[in-house]
Design a protein around this ligand. Sequence first.
Ligand SMILES: [Zn+2]
Length: 219
Amino acid sequence: MKKLNLTFDNGPTVETTAMVLDELLQRNLLASFCVVGKQLESAAGQDLARRALAEGHRIVNHSLTHGTALGDDPSDAHANAEVDQMHDLMQTSLGDWGARWFRPFGRGGKIGPHLFSAASVARFADLQYSVLLWNSVPRDWVDTQGWVETALKDIQQQNNTVLVLHDLPTGAMLNLPRFLDEVHKLDVQITQELPRDCVPFEHGKAIFDQAHLARLTTG
Ligand SMILES: [Zn+2]
């Protein structure tokens, strides 16, 4: 049976995350929410992240500023700000948020040497982070309707799709119910079980081989 991981990036947002959580709860589905610092600084953002945790979703550190990719500024200071400072913000605002996961900022979902820096890899090791990549980016932020068909195509072509969506107020998530209805008609299991090829680091240790990691890392 094919598998699908639902991941929602760049939230939580007041306009969209509650609606996404309602939809998942109603259908008894679990997902990953990859949260960013600017959204988690507000009380409303923290409430939404706590609600997601309480309902069994995975909360993922998706960087403090989501500004410059880790590999585009390989300094220690940048890695420290994006990984450690976000980690501290999550600890302060959420308490125990379960397993430590980080998702790098991909510049529109691209995979390449901009994803990591040597300094950030050292931060993952120190903080024992596992890292979550992706294998489907239907660009819901620009194709607010058509992402549904793009995602359905990806799901049928892969054994375990890690789908990147955004719980942002673009209008794209108004199509989430239609998408989940279509997925339900296929022989696909929605899971939090990740494919090996989307997890380059586990508890701070490299899982991908050196050559593979070198293609994803700068500095
Ligand atoms: Zn993002």
